[in-house]
Ligand binder design. Structure first.
Ligand SMILES: C[S@@+](CC[C@H](N)C(=O)[O-])C[C@H]1O[C@@H](n2cnc3c(N)ncnc32)[C@H](O)[C@@H]1O
Length: 364
């Protein structure tokens, strides 16, 4: 399945060295476009849910062709077999559905996409490749019950909760592969769940990935305005000996931030770097709470200054989570896994499902 056959003329390949995306238009630069189409990089194909027009990048990338090495990693994890029936959530360009359809037969693959224009393009691209898999425009949170039961469900948009509908629509023994993450930050991990007879599902995290999220499960970024009035106002001030690097943020997708998110419940963190000073913000997402913390790391190596406000001491929670993780031998992300119960509870574990990860909370 040629990836190029699924891409529009105007694309925004991601440059991993700068972290930026710049447009490439096939009509102006066919060779550059072809190079981008076959580079091992994600290619944004839509911004801002389609509201953005023109060659400049928009605000939020909302549809893309995923990075080819991640696509193949996910397909390998899916362990399809001849005759398997597969539901894909997040059609995007249709390339991944095309790969599955080419392997399994187009009638074995159904793919759902929330955006009408994106779905229409993907349907045309699949047909252009001689494939007639069903492309349904709907909210993938509900799966696609008409086509159930499936042997495999693969999500190519990130989730913060695996919907119960996906469990219900997968045969016992079937697999669900999805990028899963908490609200702590953007870092996700690929999870592979095996669906059990009791309607629940469980399985390991396989590797760190970054994905755009299901529309209803995106992070909202207005937390600062909602939580922080005067700064630092009446926040409690202290210092910390924990260094910024210990949070693992210098290595994108190193796994530490993902693991901290498993331990510190209902918390989002944001990083602000200016003039060599890194300020890390933490916000309590519990309904009604406006608790926040900020930690100011300066390049001089002095102890960082901590401000904490509200009923939770979020920075202390993060430090305790780090301590818990270290006491456990700093296990990598792949030592953790997830159980989703038949009623939808999401329970991360370490080692095996009998050892749930504790929720670390520190009150004022
Ligand atoms: C990373 S792209 C998918 C890449 C795609 N599989 C490919 O091969 O090009 C994620 C897609 O998920 C779609 N999406 C987001 N939320 C969704 C939802 N709730 N239901 C279905 N699709 C959704 C986005 O519109 C976007 O097209």
């Amino acid at each position: 399945m040629p990836r190029a056959a699924f891409l529009p003329e105007l694309i925004w390949p991601y440059d991993s060295t700068t972290g930026d995306s710049h447009s490439v238009d096939r009509r102006d630069d066919p060779a550059g476009w072809e190079r981008a189409a076959y580079a091992d990089t994600p290619v944004t194909t839509q911004w801002d849910d389609g509201a953005h027009e023109g060659p400049d990048p928009g605000r939020v990338p909302t549809s893309s062709a995923s990075m080819p090495s991640v696509v193949t990693r996910m397909l390998a994890a899916l362990e399809v077999f001849p005759g398997a029936r597969v539901l894909e959530i997040g059609t995007g360009t249709g390339w991944n559905a095309g790969l599955l359809a080419a392997r399994l037969g187009d009638e074995r693959v159904v793919t759902v996409e929330i955006d009408e224009d994106v779905a229409t393009r993907a349907r045309a691209a699949l047909q252009g490749a001689g494939l007639h898999s069903e492309v349904i425009c709907c909210d993938g949170r509900d799966g696609w019950p008409k086509g159930a039961p499936y042997d495999r469900i693969i999500a190519t948009a990130g989730v913060r909760e695996v919907p119960v509908a996906w469990l219900e629509q997968t045969r016992p023994g079937g697999l669900i592969v999805a990028p899963w993450g908490t609200h702590f930050g953007h870092e996700d991990a690929l999870v592979r769940l095996t669906v059990a007879e009791d309607g629940g599902a469980s399985g390991p995290f396989l590797s760190a990935v970054g994905f755009m999220k299901l529309r209803a499960q995106r992070l909202d970024w207005d937390l600062f305005d909602h939580h922080v009035g005067a700064y630092p106002g009446d926040a409690e001030e202290s210092t910390t000996s924990t260094a910024w690097a210990e949070l693992g943020e210098r290595r994108l997708y190193g796994g530490t931030a993902f693991i901290l998110g498993l331990l510190v419940p209902d918390c989002t963190h944001l990083v602000n770097e200016r003039d060599g000073v890194t300020t890390v913000w933490f916000f309590d997402r519990t309904a009604g709470s406006r608790a926040w913390a900020s930690v100011v790391f300066r390049p001089d190596g002095e102890r960082a200054t901590v401000y904490q406000s509200g009923a939770r001491r979020l920075w202390e929670e993060v430090v305790r989570a780090l301590e818990w993780w270290r006491a456990a031998g700093s296990p990598p992300l792949t030592s953790f896994g997830l159980t989703v119960t038949a009623d939808g509870a999401q329970r991360p574990w370490l080692g095996d499902p009998a050892h749930p990860v504790p929720a670390v909370t520190v009150r004022e």
